[in-house]
Design a protein around this ligand. Sequence first.
Ligand SMILES: Cc1cc2nc3c(=O)[nH]c(=O)nc-3n(C[C@H](O)[C@H](O)[C@H](O)COP(=O)(O)O)c2cc1C
Length: 353
Amino acid sequence: MLDRFYRYIAKPMLFRLDAEAVHHMILTILSHTPSMAPWPDPPALNLNLWGIGFSNPIGLAAGMDKDAVAVHAWHSLGFGFAELGTVTPRPQPGNPGPRLFRLQDRGALINRLGFPGEGMEAVAQRLTRLRRARVPIRLGINLGPNKDTPPEAVAADYGALMNRLGGSADFIVINVSSPNTPGLRNWQSPERMREIYAALTGARTTTRPPILIKLAPDLERTELLKICDTAVELGFDGIVATNTTLRRKELGIKTDYEGGLSGRPLLELVRGIIADIYCHTGGRIPIVGVGGIGSAEDAYGHIRAGASMVELYTGLIYEGPGLVAAIKVGLAGLLRRDGFGSISEAIGTAARS
Ligand SMILES: Cc1cc2nc3c(=O)[nH]c(=O)nc-3n(C[C@H](O)[C@H](O)[C@H](O)COP(=O)(O)O)c2cc1C
């Protein structure tokens, strides 16, 4: 019902309007919508990671709710967790517009937003209010430096963000992979990861949440695997694979829009990266798989390739708000079909065979 309304009525109207204007409109509506309890998740979808219970492994990817304005809505839609952010230390406007584009025939988006946001103080205050309201959804917070932070102060930005927000998060994601902040992807190197990790673990938080690192899909394979080794060695708690891509030709995309590409064309690329990381690390570090998910089969494929949990963004724009519930029902059916009693049993089973 919700699916049909979205596909035949809402989407055709929304897709006539500017993509970023629609984004803000929907977020405003969601932030004012009363909270509703979703259907309870089937026990087969429950999982435990880092000692934290998740009622299902489907999460909202970073970028949708940068300033934590609609957290209760992500719970109502049935997500098991939401990754908020990217949050920067100070507020910033992001890049000049237009900066978000649809490639409709490919089920894709291109964005070059550049972390627009209200900054960590506003987000911290909002999260404190939410904690008082006890919104029952697991929260990741994705951290990034300000655009005008000089390279020698980037690690300190991550430290400051951890200080202010670490206590409000179930897990933290270090974003070193957005293509829209100049120089940021250079931080995906073993030496610089050490610097960031030292800044994060030196932060004065009362509790230290699990720390994940989010990687780009454009790393050369040996470089990617070296970075994963460093993540394991330093003690990172997980890898988010992946952010948006700068690739075009290899994916058969013809467009002049600059920025990070997301959505359906990423699916196979990301699936291969998840499997590579899983096989290389022997499953020693949990992977959160993100890229191209638009159905239960897509989510299941990422999990079977080695992801412990998955996230989505662009699929939600193309398939609508019923997608999360549809994925959960489908996923439970796929687990049953293949004789798995739980998500944990299915993780990495395609990568190993
Ligand atoms: C409009 C837009 C904004 C995004 N902003 C962020 C961001 O601030 N931080 C981040 O780590 N990833 C960001 N992403 C990347 C997504 O979190 C995700 O990694 C990527 O879109 C692939 O997933 P998808 O194919 O399901 O969209 C953004 C993606 C989109 C489409």
